[in-house]
Design a protein. Structure first.
Length: 135
């Protein structure tokens, strides 16, 4: 929460430090493979991206995705959110081809019947990056 507030106020460096502190606490507790660890990693990737440290941010998100897939293989909504974040990051880093492929993977992951459960703004962003207009 603190990192989100720091990012919202434009202090990406402080947000990164808060995420690093949270990850250290999770390591000390032996909780590096849970939903909270995934959320912290995703926020850390957001902070890294705000600092234009795109390669590190992508590594962090790939780790979060792997953890989530292991933790909740049927957790489609969160998986799609993480893929959307990765696609946005890839686009920001200038890798349009990878961003499109990742966004298309996010769309393919969510069956049409479940798309009402996804945040409409997130779904619109995924579609924009993917270049898709399909419902």
């Amino acid at each position: 929460l603190r990192a989100a507030i720091q990012l919202g106020s434009g202090d990406a460096a402080a947000a990164l430090a808060s995420c690093d502190e949270a990850q250290a606490m999770l390591r000390d507790l032996g909780e590096t493979q849970g939903a909270i660890a995934v959320a912290v990693a995703a926020r850390r990737a957001e902070a890294l991206a705000a600092l234009r440290r795109y390669a590190e941010a992508q590594t962090e998100l790939q780790s979060a995705l792997a953890t989530w897939q292991h933790l909740a293989p049927d957790g489609v909504r969160r998986h799609a959110e993480l893929l959307a974040q990765l696609a946005s990051l890839q686009a920001a880093a200038g890798d349009a081809r990878a961003a499109r492929a990742t966004a298309k993977a996010a769309l393919a992951l969510v069956p049409v019947r479940l798309r009402d459960e996804i945040d409409p703004a997130l779904l619109a962003a995924i579609r924009l990056i993917a270049g898709a207009s399909s419902r």
